[in-house]
Design a binder for this molecule. Structure first.
Ligand code: ATP
Ligand code: MG
Length: 725
């Protein structure tokens, strides 16, 4: 195996295969790369069977990348049996084989945050608790914290000593009962239940201890208590555990991450070997100097050196704009200036909160620059996708009432809330699922019509269940949409909305097709598909060739881009208002700034706006302190000029600035259209707007319209209710 590319310390880390090993090192020093090579080294040089190796990454995307790299080094055959996955995926696999020990079905469902919210709201409704007084989100947060700290409902009830914790603990208990009855688990359960399983069934724990003789964990600084516990259990027997992290990059405290896990590693494993990596291979000296200078302001940290062989190169560019909208335009204008040197793919725009993406999106959209918002576009939360997933989940797990309730009246079968309550009461009284309960339709007292409709639904679902045993997921999706009448319902409805729902379902099939390519038909195919879907994380949706990437700084962890923009550097935005008055939160925000800065390889832009409208309020904030912490000599300033031409109160395009190039508005096939670029139009909901592009022809003709009220929209001209002014 060729390790000639590695430096001395990296080699040492790769070759120290026995006993506990801590690799504690700054950003871009090759931690993830070392982990990958260490795994390959174990396989190819130490002859460790792939079956005995576990590597845990922070995202599925990182897991897939690591798998590919290991395959490239040792060949696909040798790498096949190795477990490279996130904590959650690992636990799904373990539970899939063993969850029956805890009384759940092996075909359990994994519920997502939307379902979780529905369950909580339903519990609140039944207990007459006002959602205005108790925000379901707080209750979900409470439950998540309990689970991350491995506190069971009973214990939570015993220890809760003040309101509203006492109430929340009770809701937690009911919530857990509901999930259990549905043979459903949430994300936090995956880890908590795996630990419970290990504690309850020693033989299962021993099996996995013997299996995972070599354990690796990336981004160890962001593990929470439950994850920590899980790793301790698994590593106890062989103690070959290699953890990798950077305490300066711990940014998930709000999700229960506990930085002391990495700081106490040497106490947990006194015989541990520690390797420091001090050479950064990612960023220019300038960028690194900036990052080092910023993080030095944190008091609670171990000092650490990070150097690079690269020179100072380009300075950091500072951008100051009047408003957030102008900030968006500024970012676009700089991206245009980089043309020829960098591809859109090379560029990332980072911000503190998702709400900040909109102004940048506006500007990119109007300039026809392809882009992708990571985690912003919640494809899987769309109604039609959730409906389809609910059908599939009931097919997979008939005990899943949470999903069943979602589809019981889709398409409409005349089933109202009263009917649902009746069925549920019967199900609860007999401790069976709603699906099961319907077999006793006569006893429940449903009207003949409703009973017949539901009998038909169940028959359809049963047939689909049979089909699921021998069909690919794509085929099953087609059958499901057809047999349940879902597609017919959408087709019958001629609105633009239904049309786009059908398009989204088509888009969903690109996901299933990809899955089908990698997986053979078997009776666990659907389970695996649903688990994969449930665990899709923000970073997983980043595609190659998708243009400029927009994401929160949190989502950018572990990634790298040649060009990075950090926007919204204003007190109250970043650091966030909440953090300004709390020293430890402030340090957490500074670590976030450190993460953001160190994503950049060559070019870094730092930007702020003098006034900003966010969450509907206008604010004028001071320059962020993090901005001030970057040494002045590393920065060159650019003051943004306001665009000189405004159309309809809107900066329709940066191209309107006389000093810069031609208009980039694309007009194709618009000849036969009743609309053309530049037309002013009105829309009943969005009000006045301006057409910036006409694309396609006939029924697929699309219009890009910039509305005064909501900004740019792409509309299908056949369906859009717009008229010329
Ligand atoms: P982060 O803390 O951001 O997760 P990291 O420590 O995991 O960073 P990597 O992502 O592994 O760092 O590496 C950063 C970059 O440096 C990658 O592009 C990697 O390929 C490169 N790199 C690492 N080590 C070397 C080396 N010895 N020679 C050349 N390039 C290297
Ligand atoms: Mg890394």
């Amino acid at each position: 195996m060729d390790l000639s590319m590695m430096n001395e310390e990296q080699l040492q880390a790769i070759k120290s295969t026995d006993g506990p090993l801590l690799i504690m090192a700054g950003a871009g020093s090759g931690k993830t790369r070392v982990l990958t090579h260490r795994v390959a080294y174990l396989l190819s040089e130490k002859d460790v069977p792939a079956y005995n190796i576990l590597a845990i990454t922070f995202t599925n995307k990182a897991a897939n990348e690591m798998k590919l790299r290991v395959e490239r080094i040792v060949g696909a055959q040798d790498a096949r049996d190795i477990w490279i996955s996130t904590f959650h995926s690992m636990c799904v696999r373990i539970l899939r084989s063993n969850i029956n020990y805890l009384g759940y079905d092996r075909s359990f469902s994994i519920i997502d945050p939307t379902d979780q919210r529905n369950v909580i709201k339903d519990i609140m409704r039944r207990r007459n608790i006002d959602v205005k007084q108790h925000n379901p989100r707080n209750i979900i947060g409470y439950i998540s914290n309990q689970k991350n700290a491995l506190t069971k409902p009973k214990e939570a009830m015993e220890t809760a000593d003040k309101f509203p914790d006492t109430l929340y603990a009770e809701i937690y208990q009911t919530y857990q009962e509901v999930l259990y009855r549905n043979s459903s688990v949430d994300f936090d359960d995956l880890i908590m239940l795996t630990i419970e399983l290990f504690q309850k069934e020693k033989s299962v724990l021993e099996f996995y201890q013997n299996k995972f003789q070599y354990i690796h964990v990336d981004e160890y600084q962001d593990t929470n208590q439950a994850q920590y516990e899980l790793i301790q259990l698994l590593a106890k027997k062989y103690r070959n555990i290699c953890v990798v992290g950077d305490s300066d990059q711990s940014i998930y405290k709000f999700r229960g991450a506990d930085i002391t896990n990495i700081l106490n590693f040497e106490e947990d494993y006194p015989e541990a070997k520690i390797v420091k990596l001090e050479e950064n291979y990612r960023s220019s000296q300038t960028i690194l100097d900036a990052a080092n200078a910023v993080i030095q302001n944190n008091m609670e940290r171990k000092p650490k050196n990070l150097r690079t062989k690269r020179s100072l190169e380009e300075k950091i560019t500072s951008i100051v704009s009047g408003t957030e909208r102008e900030e968006g335009h500024s970012v676009v204008s700089h991206i245009m200036d980089l043309k020829g040197k960098y591809k859109y793919n090379d560029v990332a725009v980072l911000y503190r909160t998702n709400a900040q993406s909109r102004a940048v999106e506006d500007a990119l959209m109007k300039s026809n620059i392809p882009y992708k918002v990571v985690g912003g576009m919640k494809f899987y939360e769309r109604k039609e996708i959730k409906d389809l997933m609910s059908f599939l989940r009931v097919i997979q797990n008939p005990r899943d009432d949470i999903s069943y309730e979602r589809i019981i009246n889709v398409p409409k079968r005349g089933v109202g809330q009263k009917t649902i309550d009746k069925i549920r009461a019967h199900a609860e009284a007999h401790e069976i699922s709603m699906y099961e309960a319907l077999k006793a339709a006569d006893f429940i007292g449903l009207s003949g019509k409703v009973a017949n409709a539901l009998a038909l639904l169940n028959e359809t679902l049963e047939n689909l269940q049979k089909k699921s045993q021998f069909m690919s997921v794509t085929e099953l999706v087609d059958e499901t949409l057809h047999d349940t009448g879902y597609l017919e319902m959408l087709e019958a409805d001629k609105t633009l909305e239904s049309k786009s729902r059908i398009e989204n379902l088509e888009e969903f099939k690109t996901v299933t097709m990809e899955f089908d390519r990698d997986n053979e038909v078997s009776d666990s195919l659907l389970f695996e598909f649903l688990s994969d879907m449930a665990l899709v994380s923000d970073q997983d949706s980043i595609e190659e060739d998708s243009g400029v990437t927009l994401m929160t700084m949190h989502a950018s962890k572990g990634l790298e881009y040649p060009v990075v923009f950090i926007i919204g550097l204003e007190e109250g935005i970043f650091p966030s208002r909440r953090a300004i008055f709390d020293e430890s939160e402030l340090e957490e925000e500074r670590r976030l700034m450190y993460v953001a800065l160190t994503r950049a390889e060559d070019r870094l832009f730092i930007s702020r706006a003098e006034t900003r409208t966010i969450y509907g309020k206008q604010e004028s904030n001071m320059n962020s302190r993090f901005y001030g912490e970057i040494p002045e000599e590393l920065i060159e300033g650019v003051q943004y000029e306001r665009p000189s031409v405004r159309i309809g109160g809107y900066n329709a395009d940066r191209a309107n600035r006389p000093a810069r190039g031609k208009s980039r508005v694309v007009t194709t096939g618009g000849a036969t259209s009743k609309f053309k670029t530049g037309d002013k139009v009105t829309h009943p909901k969005f009000g006045e707007g301006l057409i910036t592009a006409v694309k396609g022809e006939g029924s697929s003709e699309e219009l890009d319209v910039v509305f005064k009220s909501v900004g740019p929209k792409r509309l299908l001209s056949q369906f859009a209710p717009i008229s010329k002014k």
